[in-house]
Design a protein around this ligand. Structure first.
Ligand code: SAM
Length: 245
């Protein structure tokens, strides 16, 4: 029966591509890829010769109709992105909606995913968590978004590009306070690293923060409440007054 497969691909280490994923990519009629040149490298490494079509983020709705057509012709399609799961901060949602609404099976094929690796190794509470993906690129957007998240009890997970991470962390410090966090970089790769500390400690690191990275930040539930902080501040003021006397 023609089906839509959502196939997770490696996020660095090619040994994390499962035999099932390879088999599915060999067996489907079409692979719809975010970037055909990137996917071509993966396919040639695993000797997969399936027909490849482009499925970019910018014309996803149109492209989804094209993929539905393949299923109507009796063909199975696999959607892949450059790394990790399709749909997770990547293309694939319109196709999944359109094709499932048309009554075809949608079958996820497990694999690597950056946010889960970062979360489990972060040392922060893993449940409940909130995966946000990328914050807005302007400071104004980030302020609005983080302001809304400030009261959330869940551990927060963000994706970020290395050249923007300092600005992003500055916004987090301002809107969320100096919470515990973990910066997980180069997951599954040779230089994988987890940098744990408070937001200000990470911002104080002198060297450039390089590579692909996930930012995990403690939720409001793991922090002292505003009331606690206020109480503490009042005790400090009281102490100051007493000392002065
Ligand atoms: N679909 C992917 C997934 O399932 O994780 C995410 C794709 S998103 C366009 C790319 C972002 O994911 C990067 O900017 C980075 O935040 C994160 N990422 C992807 N691979 C990573 C890795 N190996 N180590 C750390 N972060 C990674």
């Amino acid at each position: 029966r023609p089906s839509l497969y959502l196939v997770a691909t490696p996020i660095g280490n090619l040994d994390e591509f499962t035999p099932r994923a390879v088999q599915i990519l060999r067996e489907v009629d079409v692979i719809a890829a975010e970037d055909t040149r990137n996917t071509m490298k993966l396919l040639s490494h695993f000797d997969i010769k399936t027909h490849l079509v482009a499925h970019h983020a910018f014309n996803e709705k149109e492209s989804a109709k094209g993929l539905l057509k393949f299923l109507e012709e009796g063909k199975s399609v696999a959607v892949v992105s450059d790394a990790g799961y399709p749909l997770i901060s990547d293309p694939g949602l319109p196709a999944t909606q359109l094709i499932s609404e048309a009554g075809y099976p949608v079958i996820p094929i497990s694999g690597a995913n950056a946010m889960l690796n970062a979360l489990v190794a972060s040392g922060l509470p893993v449940q409940p968590f909130l995966f946000y993906g990328f914050l807005g690129s302007s400071e104004k957007e980030r302020t609005v978004q983080l302001h809304a998240l400030a009261q959330y009890p869940q551990t927060l997970i963000f994706y970020e590009a290395p050249h923007r991470v300092r600005k992003m962390l500055m916004s987090c410090l301002r809107e969320l306070g100096d919470r515990k966090m973990c910066l997980a970089r180069e997951l599954t790769k040779k230089h994988e690293e987890f940098i744990r500390g408070t937001i200000s400690e990470i911002l104080n690191i002198d060297e450039e923060l390089k590579g692909e990275m996930v930012i995990v930040i403690a939720g409001a539930a793991a922090c002292e409440s505003k009331d606690d902080l206020l109480q503490k501040a009042l005790i400090d003021v009281q102490q100051f007054v007493n000392d002065g006397m």
